[in-house]
Design a protein around this ligand. Structure first.
Ligand code: SAM
Length: 254
């Protein structure tokens, strides 16, 4: 969901971003260690949204943490969160910071939404200090998602995200993006194991979100039929769903 989504309130957004943040927390904590977050002096969370990941980072470092987003409504929400964070309204394409001003730039679930990623990555490179880290925490690749049985749910996610401007193959493009920006590093896919209990817990919230964001893609009746089939296949133990989440850790040359 991009900020262009007219279907969601800021509170809806925050609920969803909190859920997403919950799913991959152990993975992120490991990446924070690899990036040396604890030793950093200045950190930028690019596309910080309602600020949940920004606050998490600031709790793990004594660095000055800055959260930047171009959506004033989300930033207003973020400003109400506790912490000594600098919140900045601005664009990823024209970062309002001097050259070499951050030890770490991180982003979480953001690159898939950027219309001009080349420009954003060149800005990231500019504001990173020599030897600084660019930490890409989570970029999905919806075109590689798998569902079994195929109920058409992945297809509806794709349709809904596509019309909001997402790049459905963003994850797999991380190596090319980094090398295009003159940065070297490693790219990976977050480890995954299917846990039916997790889906039983998440399903209601996920279906509530779909009711809002898919409402003109499928009739309410069809949608409820689909959800019933999904619940049945989960109860029967035959359901599988996987959305690959890519991550990367790259360095700017000294
Ligand atoms: C899916 S949200 C992720 C928010 C946050 N990183 C998180 O994971 O909780 C993507 C965010 O990127 C922001 N965004 C998209 N394009 C942007 C741009 N060109 N400049 C700044 N922010 C942008 C949106 O406003 C939105 O808050």
């Amino acid at each position: 969901m991009n900020s262009k989504s007219s279907f969601l309130s800021v509170e809806d957004w925050d609920r969803q971003l909190c859920r997403q943040a919950e799913w991959l927390r152990p993975h992120r904590f490991l990446q924070y260690r690899h990036a040396g977050l604890v030793h950093a002096k200045s950190v930028l969370d690019l596309g910080c949204g309602t600020g949940r990941i920004t606050v998490e980072c600031s709790e793990k470092t004594s660095a000055q943490v800055t959260g930047l987003d171009f959506d004033p409504r989300k930033l207003e929400f973020a400003r109400s969160l506790p912490g000594r964070i600098k919140w900045v309204e601005g664009s990823a394409f024209d970062l309002p910071f001097p050259d070499e001003s951050f030890d770490i730039v991180l982003c979480h679930y953001v690159l898939l939404w950027l219309e001009d990623r080349e420009r954003a990555l060149s800005e990231v490179r500019r504001v990173l200090a020599p030897g600084g880290c660019f930490l890409i925490l989570c970029e999905p690749d919806y075109n590689a998602a798998i569902e079994e049985p195929d109920l058409g749910i992945v297809d509806l996610y794709r349709k809904s995200l596509l019309r909001e401007g997402a790049d459905l193959s963003c994850g797999r493009k991380l190596p090319g993006m980094l090398s295009g920006a003159g940065m070297k590093g490693r790219v990976g896919v977050v480890n995954f194991s299917w846990e039916p209990d997790f889906w039983h817990r998440e399903l209601k919230a996920e279906q509530d979100l779909r009711r809002k964001t898919w409402k003109d893609l499928v009739s309410p009746q069809k949608m409820e039929e689909l959800f019933k089939k999904e619940e049945d296949s989960l109860d029967k133990g035959e359901r599988f769903f996987w959305l690959p989440m890519f991550y990367a850790l790259a360095k700017k040359k000294q």
